[in-house]
Design a protein around this ligand. Structure first.
Ligand SMILES: O=C(CO)[C@H](O)[C@H](O)COP(=O)(O)O
Ligand SMILES: [Fe+2]
Length: 216
């Protein structure tokens, strides 16, 4: 079963509550929240305050994607604000195992993220400790960018790594996902699709979600 995680980065922030209700009604599985600090990526977005505000208005799991330097400093804050899944970038974590344990100790499910140029071998030794692997299919920082096709073989690689572990771990892709690229990602082994512009720039969010889920 393919899960769809709309990224609120492309939503209308002046009516965020309605925008989240719309995708929840439309069949979304997670709400993807992009946290950017202007250091790890060249953009600044939202912090724990927004996660806290969003928590009571949806039953869906909040999938929080931290694109920040030194994420260990903020993991507790995001977990207390109501994040269900917290994902950290390999490139931002010199002590990756510790960061993952911090997420688990804070009560959230740990995820790990790889930029397009980061090899899968960097997560080989922590794969059993995470519940989600997120593969960036754009360089992180902005919504609405074009999908990078050279990431496809990495999806296959992560899928076979996850299958070896033999426990349920989400394989999520993020960036430039539309019905065409979604099909390629699912074929390669992805089972969670993050989509910002493909969902929020469509008038009918339910249809957009269905066309991603049914892209095979
Ligand atoms: O992490 C992200 C960017 O760094 C976003 O989740 C991603 O870009 C979603 O937007 P789109 O589907 O428009 O590419
Ligand atoms: Fe994201």
């Amino acid at each position: 079963m393919i899960k769809i995680a709309p990224s609120i980065l492309s939503a209308d922030f002046s009516k965020l509550g309605e925008e989240i209700a719309d995708v929840e009604k439309g069949g979304a599985d997670y709400i993807h929240i992009d946290v950017m600090d202007g250091h790890f990526v060249p953009n600044i977005t939202i912090g724990p305050l927004v996660v806290d505000a969003v928590r009571p208005i949806t039953k869906l799991p909040l999938d929080v994607h931290l694109m920040i330097e030194n994420p260990d400093r903020y993991i507790k804050d995001f977990a207390s604000a109501g994040a269900d899944i917290i994902s950290v970038h390999v490139e931002a974590c010199p002590h990756l195992h510790r960061s993952i344990q911090l997420i688990r100790d804070s009560g959230a499910k740990p995820g790990v993220v790889l930029n397009p140029a980061t090899p899968v071998s960097t997560i080989q030794h922590i794969i059993e400790d995470v519940e989600l692997v997120l593969l960036m299919t754009v360089n992180p920082g902005f919504g609405g960018q074009s999908f990078i096709p050279s990431v496809i073989p990495k999806i296959t690689e992560v899928r076979s790594l996850v299958n070896q572990v033999g426990k349920s771990i989400d394989v999520e892709v993020d960036g430039g996902v539309n019905p065409d690229t979604a099909r390629q990602c699912i074929e390669a082994g992805a089972d969670v699709l993050v989509a910002g512009s493909a969902i929020y720039k469509s008038r009918n969010r339910k249809k957009a979600i269905e066309s991603l889920r049914d892209s095979m």
